[in-house]
Design a binder for this molecule. Sequence first.
Ligand SMILES: *Cc1c(COP(=O)(O)O)cnc(C)c1O
Length: 426
Amino acid sequence: MKKPFADHKTIAKIAETHPTPFHLYDEAGIRNTARAVNAAFSWNAGYLEYFAVKANPNPAILAILKEEGCGVDCSSLTELMLAEALGFRGPKIMFSSNATPAADFIYARELGATVNLDDFSHIDFLDRHAGIPETICCRYNPGRFDIQTGIMDSPAEAKYGFTKEQLRAGFPLLREKGARAFGLHAFLASNTLGPAYYPALARLLFETAVWLKEETGIALSFINLSGGVGIPYRPEEEANDIGRIGALVREAYEEILAPAKLAGLRLCTEMGRFMLGPHGCLVATALHSKDIYKRYIGLDACAADLMRPAVYGAYHHITVSGKEDRPADHIYDITGSLCENNDKFAVDRALPEIKKGDLLVIHDTGAHGYAMGYNYNGKLRSAELLLCANGSVRPIRRAERPADYFATLSDTPFGERLNEIAARLP
Ligand SMILES: *Cc1c(COP(=O)(O)O)cnc(C)c1O
């Protein structure tokens, strides 16, 4: 049975003082996962996990990961600003962007971030706007990538990365322009379960590193395995064993890199989902119960708080808090309040009978949850709370207010009027 990280007593007590909906994060869980990841790759001197900020850009979360020794992987100007505010500098920042504006490259260079180039043409673009740094990474798109377990993506359909030929031309061009240390990155599958993905990806990248050395004489300094390690969203799925994944990557490392005299190569990762996904949940209250051709429970949360079910049809497990031991003998669609029929957290889900006022815990929202939030239908994004390791609860972001929603209209004739109205109503 899939249980929330906080029991009913804890959730109910938090909801007494913090109005729903809110995302709740589990500090102890975050720290445990970060430690397991660091241990799994501790055989590699210089290993670093760059947490993918886009998965959860809350500064309090980034501060916890910083304490655990992680760096950050940023993809935009504002994510770089978060990195700067948290005191990340230089080699602790990876900048993995695409279709990148010049201003972002300039700022990334200012912070001394390791730039991970998405395209061959960005070599000139970066050179012209910000200069080529000493350390640089290139993102590889092999066009084809099959792994044994049936997990398969088609990189040829993806917008990212250099082709193999472009790598062969790109690294020497970067060297000509002054780069001295080189890395190779690829991100070829998302939310993978089972231990096959990272080892298969590592093999591909290690073999490419050997090939690049033969072809160009350039010995890479690091390999970036990026993200893609998954989590068990469904109760019947099994969690990844990161220790085993690390050990299998090590096997590939020793087999391929040691004979090629590339044995000092540093590894890094940019995991988001694996680091944070299970350590967050969205807590919402059942506001309405509706009986037509199907049965619906309407929540005070909506897809603006968690859009994965609406956009990907993604499964998120749901627990009716306090009814964990009751039989799941009712079938519901669990909905939000958007005027969009895809605003459903669950469709035809078997759950215990839900009464108005029940607290529902939507699992695994720690990554790509709040972060993907938006304001469609004028919905305001929820608050974020941290369940600290000592059991206390700390607000780490307030809920949006109407004035936040209207803030970008402040320079228009309606700005002042909207602000007056927003101030009058809660
Ligand atoms: C999204 C992203 C990640 C994180 O991916 P997860 O699947 O959350 O681990 C890492 N690197 C890059 C470049 C990404 O775009």
